[in-house]
Ligand binder design. Structure first.
Ligand SMILES: [Zn+2]
Ligand SMILES: [Zn+2]
Ligand SMILES: [Zn+2]
Ligand SMILES: [Zn+2]
Ligand SMILES: [Zn+2]
Length: 248
């Protein structure tokens, strides 16, 4: 018999096995077990479990976020909707949103750590530790380094300021003021919103423009050509016959 955190079939009696995930008993025959584990309900339960940090532990269904064995009578979906679980889920989503923190290894294995992509390290996945981590100076500045090339922000000779190419504006070189600029500055946000609208599904890439201070063009993958990065030129290009004919 296959084993593993997400297999779910455990011995029950001489003639029956039990699926811990679906709360059902199955005749102890490979064919029946296979039929069950290939079934939609079983697969749906596993999907829900992997999204919610529920694993098989000592032949029981164990919820890592709630730190407890799930009641025998409680189904996966019922547990997920329980107050303690739903509260954890909401809190962790809130804390990790936009923070480049990967929960997958925590949610799908016995590991107690999440992974911070920008700090390149494991962090214990409790709400308190994650909260302290995302607010730490080192994490904030690593986030900033990640966001700069996506936002057209560059270091300048004087260390006190950085330059936003998009807004043609200097900003205090502190983690807080740069993040505020990226998240809250109206001109900055409007430029990105308008630009994204314009190039949506047009195969036009801003990547190099935003990451290189001296780059003046964006790149059209569809036409394999450069276009000056202003709204008018890009708009003209996306409506041009050659671009439209290159479609697909
Ligand atoms: Zn099952
Ligand atoms: Zn739970
Ligand atoms: Zn971090
Ligand atoms: Zn800006
Ligand atoms: Zn084009």
């Amino acid at each position: 018999m296959k084993k593993g955190l997400l297999f779910g079939i455990v011995a029950s009696s001489k003639t029956l096995v039990r699926c811990v995930f679906c709360r059902v008993y199955i005749p102890k025959a490979n064919k029946c077990i296979e039929q069950h584990t290939q079934g939609v309900k079983h697969k749906d339960n596993i999907t829900l479990m992997t999204e919610n940090g529920m694993i098989l532990k000592n032949d029981e269904m164990y919820c890592k976020p709630c730190k407890k064995v799930v009641d025998e009578e409680e189904s996966v979906s019922k547990h997920i909707n329980s107050e303690s679980h739903a509260n954890w889920q909401a809190a962790i989503e809130d804390l990790t949103d936009g923070e480049y923190i990967q929960l997958e290894s925590y949610l799908t294995s016995e590991k107690e750590e999440a992974y911070c992509e920008v700090c390149k390290k494991d962090i214990n996945c409790s709400l308190q530790v994650i909260e302290a981590h995302v607010n730490s100076i080192i994490h904030r500045s690593n986030i900033l380094e990640r966001l700069k090339p996506l936002n057209g922000i560059f270091l300048v000779e004087n260390d006190d300021e950085v330059y936003c190419k998009v807004c043609d504006e200097y900003i205090d070189n502190t983690v807080q003021s740069v993040l505020e600029h990226i998240d809250d500055d109206e001109e900055h946000i409007d430029w990105f919103a308008e630009m994204e609208d314009l190039i949506e599904q047009q195969d036009i890439s801003l990547e190099r423009y935003l990451a290189n201070e001296n780059e003046v063009n964006v790149y059209c993958k569809r036409c394999d050509m450069e276009i000056i990065c202003d709204f008018e030129s890009i708009e003209t290009h996306v409506h041009s016959e050659s671009h439209l004919n290159n479609f697909g």
